[in-house]
Design a protein around this ligand. Structure first.
Ligand code: F6R
Length: 262
């Protein structure tokens, strides 16, 4: 850990909320251990746990470690309920670019989670149907008692989930228009920007903010500029992740490349 080099941030912040690791593997293992500890704690209490999950390149190492813990350390997912942050609209769930495919590929098909406990905001049909679907998704989260632990990545434009710059802090699950930076970054997976969906369903800023624990994971030099803005800059909807500064239950987990400009 290298927090000691970040000396312009308040000490209580760097001690309690900011965790900088030498490399992506160590950072991902730290996050996986936090998640596993919560799952196990709840099992001892005979309770379920509600996890908010992210996709993208960032959490792959976390899921890899959770799968390893399931296989070799006896970590059970029987008491786990999941809500994913977002999904493209429209997209087919079996498309390899869909977040439904991603979650099966990297986590769900490798662990003993009950399929009924998995929620991904995949919806088809016309936009008026989507509005009802989003309200139901939000209500399901509330009905399960809210999110115990929310895992987040961050877009290069500061988005969390697909809450793009300008997202209101009181927003809930809804259909959003994807920002040009987001579509540009996704084109490598879709084989060209013309194939990247223009919209997505995302849980809202308010939905995320109410999670009881929030872990923002950022890895690699491409995230260093936006991490500086999100942590050192003003709290503003222009940088949605900046809201985490105001949420004491939010922790930042970075590799040293993502933290390079702090
Ligand atoms: C994905 C999500 C997004 C990503 C972000 C970073 O479910 O909610 O906010 O976390 O776009 O993506 P990667 O990890 O691919 O850099």
């Amino acid at each position: 850990m290298e927090n000691s080099v970040i000396n312009h941030l308040p000490t209580d912040f760097t001690t309690n909320r900011l965790h900088v690791f030498d490399d992506a593997l160590k950072a991902s293992d730290y996050v996986a251990r936090q998640i596993a500890a919560l799952i196990r704690r709840r099992q001892l209490e005979g309770r379920e746990v509600v996890l908010g999950l992210a996709t993208g390149s960032t959490p792959k190492g976390v899921y890899e470690e959770l799968v390893r813990m399931h296989r070799y350390d006896g970590l059970s997912f029987e008491n786990v309920i999941t809500f994913n942050l977002d999904e493209y609209y429209p997209i087919e769930p079996h498309d390899e670019q869909s977040y439904t495919w991603f979650m099966n590929q990297y986590l769900f098909s490798h662990v003993n989670i009950n399929p009924h406990n998995i929620h991904i905001p995949h919806v088809t049909g016309p936009e008026n149907h989507v509005k009802n679907y989003c309200d139901e998704y939000e209500n399901k989260i509330i009905a399960k008692g809210g999110i115990d632990l929310q895992l987040l990545g961050i877009g290069r434009n500061g988005h969390i989930g697909f809450n793009e710059p300008g997202s209101c802090f009181d927003s809930v699950t809804r259909l959003i228009n994807l920002h040009p930076v987001t579509r540009n970054d996704a084109q490598v997976y879709f084989g060209g920007i013309e194939n990247v969906p223009k919209q997505a369903v995302s849980i809202g800023m308010s939905t995320i903010s109410q999670a009881r624990n929030i872990l923002l994971l950022a890895l690699g030099p491409a995230k260093s500029e936006i991490i500086k803005q999100a942590i050192d800059g003003p709290i503003t909807p222009d940088v949605p992740a900046s809201i985490l500064q105001s949420l004491p239950q939010a922790q930042y987990i970075f590799d040293k490349n993502a933290a390079a400009l702090l």
